[in-house]
Design a binder for this molecule. Structure first.
Ligand code: DGJ
Length: 724
């Protein structure tokens, strides 16, 4: 890792463990993005500085010369709006004259060891300055006076670079930021496929790959959260690259609100890629002396295919994104009351769950939705975070103590950013619901969104939550969010600042969550949004695991977990065994074992045979815990490509052990099937614990396993554990 400035050539070279990124300072201070890819040391990038202009239709900077340089075709490091670059702009700032022509030029730079936090925003981190190096480039628009700092961090142990932007107003006038993307990359060619993760409730993060074509394409969220519909992830895959080979650039936005990931291919066949806050419904007023901090983008490059991109994200997130006590400490194996009881529970029922759970070896009972106010269905009480004594007579403490006495930990559910119209909180403060004056806000699941952009509202929620968590010995919190944000408006925002709402809402969420996480470092937080509707890296900074989907059917979970694994590690992926009718408990356990693992069923209803299976799964959970959370994932058969089977494998960092899982979704006639493993050492001998047979790594990777007769029926599966 190193960041070097070549004074003579005016080039910045940013090297990670395996990659190089080159920025040039061109004539008149134009900043050019010259190279991003595998490691190179060369210092002559003259050929890359300019590209073929579109005749007189690509305006040239007259100081440089009529035929020399056009911002329309140059590889701009941070393309701005309206000054000769007609591609999608990363930055647009309106000045006192009312125009939004923006043109920032190099002014200076700093290089320092380590990485700084971003005020108010979650981000990746280092624990030692030797783990990363940061470059800050200052650029300024001489007309509006807006100043921009482009911030790049490269990591010593990972081929990862983070990018972000700070916009400052050093002028005496007010400036208006109309758009500010966090990452802008101009690639010289367009021979890429754009890979993104689309979805919906109960079908999150499906893979979608499209060839880049001329014009603008991409994905976005305007839902107030990152959302089920699109994840803030995108990859550019060089055409022809696969799971195991080829150039892949992965981008993941550390943000939970409205985002855009856009690619534009121009007439020269060049590609601009942008990732950042969605400019739709966004504008930020920057008063004199103020700064706006844009969230960061994690950029991963590899020339070894999509699988390697995922492994880099996983290792990096486990080390530099997820934090706190449970980054490394073993997390308790939980049972959650939701699919077991929904709203229909009381102290006795929960204690009965705890009795059986304890006997099965489960370590924590989580009481889901329905414990507060008068909530017996989803029509009321969000915001009234006081225990319902009809359900829990004697209060929460009595229940929690009862669970603790049985030797289990205790977890609780909250949905802090919501308010039910039928709640005491709403009756007292109707203006605390997100709304615009004069309009009845839309309802989702019978609820409004609570205006956590307001400090007074956050204080009120804190005032209700903090004593519950402190006084009752709570060990775990599930933080839910069950609708998207419509009617975006806050009673406190003046008319000229209405477009700040969405970002302020997310900043408010981070503030409230951050306060709780910091005050209660021993509580394990699990993110959730109607399943995986807010599964993003920013949430992983605050909660080391996220409920992946409300869909707990193990066959349907396959695509959801394969898609989620594109950039998120197994340690983050909430996965439970439920009582859903499809498949037996073996397959449910084998699929959930890939994630955080837990149960979501009435344990009293398990047959003696199923209880035996659960006991074995609990033992496997402990046995494979470290391997699954720290090992390298290899996707072997993708359910997006094969409609009959799926297979994956997790290999320990030292390559001495591997867990292979095979699921037959549907059987069909003459279903011959060989699966070749990956990531092993060819010369090492591996013994399969289940069959006792010993193979060389070469055999397993080249000949493979013959699964034809091992797993034959619909919904059947197996795991094979190899040690060598
Ligand atoms: C949605 C979550 O995804 C579920 O697991 C459950 O917590 C419900 N909300 C409760 O309302």
């Amino acid at each position: 890792m190193s960041i070097v400035y070549n004074e003579e050539k005016k080039l910045f070279h940013l090297h990670t463990s395996d990659t190089t990124y080159v920025i040039g300072v061109y004539d008149e201070g134009y900043l050019l993005g010259l190279y991003y890819g595998a490691h190179i040391e060369d210092t002559d990038f003259g050929d890359f500085m300019t590209r073929l202009p579109n005749a007189s239709f690509s305006p040239a900077n007259p100081v440089i010369g009529e035929h020399g340089f056009s911002p329309d075709t140059a590889p701009m490091e941070y393309g701005c709006n309206g000054a000769g670059d007609f591609r999608i702009a990363a930055l647009s700032v309106r000045g006192k004259n009312g125009d939004n022509v923006t043109d920032v030029r190099y002014r200076g730079h700093r290089i320092y060891a380590g990485k700084r936090e971003i005020p108010g925003l979650p981000s990746t981190y280092v624990t030692d300055d030797a783990e990363a190096e940061t470059l800050e480039i200052d650029a300024e628009d001489p007309v509006t006076g807006v100043s921009v700092t482009l911030v790049y961090t490269v990591f010593a142990q990972y081929p990862v670079m983070t990018k972000r932007v700070i916009v400052r107003n050093p002028t005496p006038d007010t400036l208006y930021v109309e758009r500010v993307f966090s990452a802008c990359n101009d690639f010289p060619t367009m021979d890429y496929d754009l890979l993104t993760l689309y979805g919906r409730h109960v079908r999150e993060r499906s893979l979608e790959k499209r060839p880049l074509s001329h014009g603008v394409q991409g994905v976005e969220s305007k839902r107030g959260v990152s959302g089920h519909a699109q994840n803030p992830f995108a990859a550019l895959m060089r055409r022809g690259s696969t799971e195991d080979s080829g150039d892949v650039y992965g981008f993941n936005f550390v943000y939970s609100g409205n985002f855009s990931a856009l690619a534009e291919c121009d007439f020269n066949g060049s590609t601009r890629f942008l990732m950042g806050i969605n400019p739709t419904d966004f504008e930020w007023t920057l008063q004199s002396g103020e700064a706006f901090y844009a969230p960061e983008v994690v950029c991963v490059y590899t020339d070894r295919g999509l699988g390697e991109m995922s492994r880099i994200f996983h290792r990096f997130y486990n080390r530099h994104l997820i934090r706190g006590r449970f980054q490394k400490e073993k997390r308790p194996l939980l049972i959650n009351s939701w699919e077991a009881a929904y709203f229909d529970f009381d102290t006795d029922k929960l204690l009965a769950f705890a009795d059986v759970a304890k006997e099965l070896g489960i370590e924590m009972l989580v009481m889901d939705d329905g414990w507060f106010g008068k909530r017996n269905d989803d029509r009321s009480s969000l915001g009234d975070w006081f225990v319902n004594e009809k359900k829990l007579p004697g209060g929460l403490k009595k229940l929690v103590d009862g669970v603790h006495e049985r030797g289990l930990k205790f977890g609780i559910w909250y949905e802090p950013e919501m308010i039910s119209p039928d709640s005491d909180l709403y009756r007292a403060h109707p203006d605390w619901a997100v709304h615009v004056e004069g309009r009845e806000p839309m309802r989702g699941r019978h609820q409004y969104v609570l205006d956590v952009s307001r400090a007074d509202v956050r204080d009120a929620v804190w005032g209700m939550m903090e004593p519950v968590l402190r006084e009752n010995g709570i060990d775990y919190v599930k933080w839910d969010f069950n609708r998207n944000v419509s009617d975006a408006g806050s009673a406190l925002l003046p008319p000229n600042r209405k477009k700040e709402f969405f970002h302020r809402f997310i900043l408010g969420t981070y503030d409230l969550m951050g306060r709780l996480v910091t005050t209660f470092p021993d509580i394990l937080f699990e993110g959730c949004s109607g399943g995986g509707g807010r599964f993003d890296p920013a949430m992983l900074c605050l909660s080391p695991q996220i409920w992946t989907s409300d869909n707990t059917d193990p066959i349907e979970r396959l695509t959801i977990q394969f898609g989620t694994s594109l950039c998120y590690p197994a340690s983050a992926m909430g996965a439970h065994v439920s009582a859903c009718p499809r498949t037996g408990y073996e397959t449910k356990g084998n699929v959930a074992m890939w994630g955080t693992f837990g149960y979501e069923l009435d344990p009293r209803k398990l047959t003696p045979e199923d209880r035996e299976i659960v006991r074995r799964q609990v033992a496997d959970y402990h046995k494979y815990y470290d391997l699954i959370r720290t090992g390298d994932l290899y996707r072997l058969i993708s359910p997006f490509e094969d409609h009959f089977r799926a297979a994956w494998q997790i290999v320990s960092a030292d390559k001495r052990s591997a867990l292979f899982t095979f699921v037959r979704m549907r059987s069909y006639t003459a279903d011959q099937c060989f699966v070749r493993l990956k990531g092993l050492e060819p010369d090492r001998k591996y013994t399969c614990q289940q069959t006792g047979r010993t193979y060389s790594g070469a055999y397993l990777m080249r000949a493979g396993l013959n699964m034809t007769h091992i797993v034959t029926g619909d919904g059947e599966s197996c795991t094979m554990y190899f040690e060598g």
